[in-house]
Design a protein around this ligand. Structure first.
Ligand code: ADP
Length: 571
């Protein structure tokens, strides 16, 4: 039975009980009332009539006989019509007979006295009979009242017991399953999907338990299938990670190693079970490679692996969850082959540039000789051709020099010749070198380099080379008759900043990050098709080798500002 029907039945039953008890009370009260009415009607009136007759018989002689007889006649007649007790009829008849004789014997005092006694006897018997009747009826009424009290009390007690048990049990009947349900939901929230509810009754709570159990079952199924797919995915990723040639290590936010692939284990020199779930700094204390991976901010690493000098590039990827870093993955990319090719390329370029320098210089020398009139007269056309050859040779020499510089930088062979020098020296050397180029485009170079600036600690040649490079780029990319600003100023942290600002075509934002890369040239940039894309890369190496920084600010169409900074000489 469902709760609704149970409630209906319970309350309905109580209501019925209350109805029955009130019906019973009503029934017994009516019976009592009837009994008392019967006493009044049947017996009490007969007593009254008898009493009236007796009183009339007792009237003194002064009372009018006719009135006396009239009263007796009326009461005898009433008594005759109120026969309620067995034997009362004969008594009434005898009373009537005596009274009839009494009326006839009015002149005979002696007969009257005898009849008076007789009538009084009959009246006495009638009264006795009715008194007995009253007692009997009273006993019946008493019995009815007792029965009524007992029955109503019984039904009242039953009602009370039922209502009490209802009030006592019903809250628990509702609250207990609800409590169990809350407990069950909490278990589900804690991922205990094996929790089941057992309500033996087949009511709404039973249905609720069935629905809950169904939900828990489904969640369990889902969790298991989810778990299975997660395990599958984990294995798949493990397989991929293990088959990679790069070393990969995963570390959680508390610096415990979560995983390390085969390559990482081989490089570190420890088996996987000695790495996973271990506190990384503990192992790093005794393992150089792991220490370098975790704590040294070094992009490129040289490690003896695979029985040879191997090169690795370190990449650290942060693992985030809702913008919170929950760990990191360190990848060591094996770039040995690439490095070897790069070395070969650098050596090749260095050799070629070096080898080209000699014949190119001799071509230049020969051209100088040809220009000399003592060697022989040449006509204007030939002169022009020779000039073209000279220009190209000059450009070739410039390119080979840059390539050689780049090769030197790549092989780490930058020889720095540090000295204390005033920024003005660097500026004037560079401006001198670039002047004729700037003049060709009628450019103004506005210099702001205060005398009050302190000396910088720098390699004069290499820094001048960098500034010339920036200026020559500015010249290349500036529109004719524009101004190039060359500013030198002291910035915070004991640093001097050199900046070259032009009003040329500027650089698109997407290329800014790559501008200092080797051989990078902006695709489709109009000016100077003969560049190598090495100038800025070499400039970066030269400046960084001196402990400085180099950068650019630019917007397409708005011109560019290249700057580099050097340390002040504090000695
Ligand atoms: P190169 O000038 O030999 O091509 P650089 O390394 O000096 O090589 O410059 C790389 C590229 O950066 C250039 O090809 C050019 O596209 C861009 N660039 C350099 N300086 C400027 C500048 N002042 N304005 C616009 N683009 C520039």
């Amino acid at each position: 039975m469902n709760i609704k029907n149970k409630l209906r039945a319970g309350i309905g039953f109580l209501f019925l009980m209350a109805l029955i008890s009130s019906g019973m009370a009503d029934y017994y009260l009516t019976r009592l009332s009837n009994d008392s009415k019967a006493i009044l009607k049947d017996n009490y009136r007969s007593l009254v009539y008898a009493k009236n007759i007796q009183q009339a018989l007792d009237y003194p002689t002064s009372v009018n006989t006719a009135t006396k007889l009239q009263i007796i006649e009326a009461n005898v007649s009433k008594e005759e019509q109120n026969i309620t007790e067995p034997g009362e009829g004969q008594l009434a008849d005898s009373l009537r007979g005596n009274f009839e004789q009494y009326k006839l014997s009015l002149n005979n005092q002696q007969a009257i006295n005898g009849l008076n006694i007789k009538m009084r006897n009959v009246l006495y018997n009638i009264m006795q009979l009715n008194m007995a009747g009253i007692e009997r009826r009273n006993a019946i009424a008493q019995d009815t009242a007792d029965k009524g009290i007992i029955l109503v009390s019984l039904i009242g007690s039953l009602c009370f017991l039922i209502a009490f048990s209802f009030v006592w049990n019903f809250p628990g009947y509702i609250a207990n399953p609800v409590k169990e349900l809350i407990q069950g939901i909490k278990e589900i929230a804690n991922k205990n999907y094996n929790k089941r509810l057992i309500f033996p009754v087949k009511d709404e709570f039973g249905d609720l338990a069935d629905a809950f159990n169904q939900m828990a079952g489904k969640l369990n199924e889902y969790e298991n299938s989810n778990l299975a797919s997660i395990i599958f995915e984990k294995r798949r990723i493990e397989t991929i990670i293990n088959s990679m040639h790069d070393a990969i290590i995963g570390i959680d936010d508390k610096m415990f190693i979560i995983f390390a692939n085969k390559v990482a284990c081989t490089l570190i020199g420890l088996p996987e079970d000695k790495l996973t779930a271990q506190y990384a700094p503990n192992i790093a204390m005794e393992n150089d490679l792991l220490r370098n991976m975790l704590f040294v901010d070094q992009h490129k690493m040289k490690i003896f692996a695979d029985n040879r000098e191997s090169y690795f590039e370190k990449e650290v990827l942060e693992v985030t969850n809702d913008y919170k870093v929950i760990g990191k993955v360190i990848i060591l990319k094996n770039i040995t082959d690439f490095q070897q090719l790069n070395d070969a390329k650098t050596t090749f370029i260095a050799t070629i540039s070096h080898e080209l320098k000699t014949p190119l210089s001799s071509i230049k020398m020969s051209l100088k000789l040809l220009e000399d009139a003592r060697v022989g007269e040449i006509n204007t056309e030939q002169k022009q051709l020779l000039k073209n050859i000279d220009d190209d040779t000059h450009r070739l020499l410039h390119i080979t020099a840059e390539l050689l510089d780049a090769a030197q930088v790549e092989t780490g062979k930058i020889n720095l010749n540090f000295g204390s020098t005033h920024p003005k020296n660097i500026v004037s050397y560079a401006v001198q070198a670039i002047k004729s180029l700037a003049d060709q485009k009628e450019l103004t170079i506005a210099i702001d380099c205060p005398d009050t600036l302190p000396n910088v600690m720098a390699d004069l040649d290499k820094t001048t080379w960098v500034l010339i490079n920036l200026l020559s780029n500015a010249v290349k990319y500036s529109p004719t008759k524009s101004t190039i600003n060359l500013d030198v100023k002291k910035s915070k942290n004991n640093i001097i900043e050199f900046s070259v600002k032009d009003s040329g075509q500027g650089i698109d934002e997407k290329y800014l990050a790559r501008i200092f890369e080797r051989y990078f040239r902006i695709p489709g940039a109009a000016a100077d098709k003969t560049g190598t894309g090495l100038g800025l890369a070499i400039a970066k190496d030269f400046i960084e080798a001196q402990g400085g920084t180099i950068g650019v600010e630019s917007e397409a169409g708005e011109g560019s500002r290249f700057y580099f900074s050097l340390n002040i000489n504090n000695t």
